[in-house]
Design a binder for this molecule. Structure first.
Ligand code: CA2
Length: 145
C-alpha cells in the first residue's frame, strides 16, 4: 500500500528561484515539487505538495492530514519562528514530521535560530538547499518502513 506524504511550504516559498538565489538557490518551487514527485514514485510514496502564504491555511491542511496522510514534511518558512498555531496543529498529528529549511537557519540572523516547530519535529534538516526535501522524503520512507 502506498503511503501518503503531505509536503507543506510556508509564506514566500512561492518566490523560490526568482530572488535571493545566493540564499535559497535557483530552483523554483515547481522544480522542487517535480524532484519530490520523482523520488516519491521511486520510494512508492504518494505526494500531496502544497504552499500557502497564510498561517490558517497551513493549520487547516495539518488538521486535515489526521487520518488522510501518513507523514508530514514541512518548511514553515517565516512561521517557523513565530507560530505556536502550527506547532499545536502538528502536535495532534500522529505520524512522522520532518522539518526542512533550505538555508542553515543557525548561521543566519539570531531571530531565525529558534523554531517552534522543532519541538514537535522528529527530524530537522537545514542548510542542505532544496535537496533537503529529498533527504526528508528518504527519512520518511525509512521511518515508515
Ligand atoms: O531556509 C528556509 O527554508 C527558511 O524556512 C526560508 C524562510 C525563512 O524565513 C526561514 O527563516 C528559513 C523564507 C522563505 C522565503 O523564500 C524566499 C525565496 C526566494 C525569494 C524570497 C523569499
Amino acid at each position: 500500500m502506498s503511503r501518503k506524504i503531505l509536503v507543506l511550504n510556508g509564506p514566500n516559498l512561492n518566490l523560490l528561484g526568482t530572488r535571493e538565489p545566493e540564499i535559497y538557490g535557483a530552483e523554483t518551487l515547481d522544480d522542487v515539487e517535480a524532484a519530490c514527485a520523482a523520488l516519491a514514485a521511486e520510494l512508492s510514496l504518494t505526494l500531496d505538495f502544497q504552499q500557502s502564504n497564510h498561517e490558517g491555511q497551513l493549520v487547516t491542511w495539518i488538521q486535515e492530514a489526521r487520518g488522510t496522510a501518513d507523514a508530514i514534511v514541512i518548511n514553515p518558512a517565516a512561521y517557523t519562528h513565530t507560530s505556536v498555531a502550527i506547532l499545536d496543529a502538528l502536535s495532534v498529528f500522529d505520524g512522522p514530521v520532518i522539518e526542512v529549511h533550505i538555508s542553515n537557519i543557525h548561521r543566519r540572523e539570531s531571530f531565525r535560530h529558534h523554531s517552534y516547530v522543532s519541538a514537535r519535529a522528529d527530524g530537522v534538516i537545514a542548510g542542505c538547499g532544496t535537496h533537503g526535501y529529498l533527504l526528508a522524503l528518504r527519512q520518511i520512507a525509512h521511518m515508515l518502513g
